[in-house]
Design a protein around this ligand. Structure first.
Ligand SMILES: NC(=O)c1ccc[n+]([C@@H]2O[C@H](COP(=O)([O-])OP(=O)(O)OC[C@H]3O[C@@H](n4cnc5c(N)ncnc54)[C@H](O)[C@@H]3O)[C@@H](O)[C@H]2O)c1
Length: 271
């Protein structure tokens, strides 16, 4: 029976909701994040929902903290069955304005954090014939304007997940990748970008979601149970992805027009 899950970025937003969804099934959760207050709150909610577990501070940029977390899972839970590489940060800004430091920061957390999570936990997952759930984004598939560093990091998460899907089948380690559109969480708190106007625009997109982080966690639970590899929780996202596969040029044209509108809006806000 599989019932032990590790989640990064579990102190807030989607990570917390995933913990609660699996807690309702009585799972044991290894909850990690850089924010310790949020983690304690998640653990309290997990217990109220019927789960158990422990918390450990872990910055996904630091491989030694991830291997220490894997060691803790070994000692406290006797291993791990599912890992969720969820920790992430937001960024935005046109390519010409993004600094190389903005790129390094984004790639170190949103892409290399996932690579390091998979690497640190692979020996445990091979033993348990477990499963990897990587949280990417629709940005990985649609490449919207003014977020190239985020798009690249998330596209890397999809490519990594596809690579692992193929490589780990023989070891019976399952892989899933989740690509949500925008939804309301605390993601804006971590926003980094060259202009405040861009942050305000991203904030509006987060607020516009018709579904909540809890809905998305429920959708992921069902997708994993069905054995879906790519999980797209937003109806709009599924339609846009179908359109791009049928007619990529139509999507590029739409995105190019969106870039023009965003530049105009940015200029208005600055004026
Ligand atoms: N909210 C959205 O619109 C949206 C859309 C698509 C994908 N996502 C992805 O969902 C995931 C969860 O984000 P969320 O929306 O719940 O945001 P959130 O800010 O509410 O939660 C993210 C968590 O990650 C943690 N974190 C940040 N940097 C970290 C690090 N270096 N090491 C460990 N933990 C770290 C934060 O402390 C926070 O608790 C992210 O990967 C994000 O990119 C979010």
């Amino acid at each position: 029976m599989q019932n032990r899950m590790m989640i990064t970025g579990a102190g807030s937003g989607l990570g917390r909701e995933i913990a609660l969804r699996w807690a309702r099934e009585g799972w044991q959760l290894a909850l990690s994040d850089i924010g310790e207050a949020g983690l304690q709150q998640t653990l309290t909610l997990v217990r109220e929902a019927g789960g158990e577990g422990f918390v450990q501070r872990c910055d996904v940029r630091d491989y030694s903290q991830l291997t220490a977390l894997a060691q803790a899972c070994e000692e406290k839970l006797g291993g791990i069955d599912v890992i969720v590489n969820n920790a992430g940060v937001a960024s935005g800004g046109f390519f010409a304005e993004l600094s190389l430091e903005d790129w390094d920061w984004q790639i170190a957390i949103n892409l290399m954090g996932v690579v390091k999570g998979c690497k640190a936990f692979l020996p445990l997952l091979e033993r348990s014939k477990g499963r990897i759930i990587n949280i990417a984004s629709m940005a990985a598939l649609m490449q919207g304007p003014a977020m190239s560093n985020y798009n690249v990091a998330k596209a890397g998460v999809v490519a990594l997940s596809e690579s692992l899907l193929v490589e780990l089948r023989q070891q019976q380690v399952a892989v899933h990748v989740v690509c949500p559109s925008f939804f309301q969480t605390n993601l804006l708190d971590s926003f980094r970008g060259p202009t405040p106007a861009m942050k305000a625009q991203v904030g509006k997109l987060l607020e516009s979601s018709p579904i909540s982080a809890s809905d998305i966690a429920g959708y992921i639970y069902e997708g994993v149970a069905r054995g879906d590899f790519m999980i797209l929780p937003h109806e709009q996202g599924r339609l846009a992805w179908q359109l791009k596969q049928r007619d990529p040029q139509a999507l590029y044209d739409e995105m190019a027009e969106m870039a023009v509108r965003m530049r105009a809006k940015g200029r208005q806000t600055q004026a």
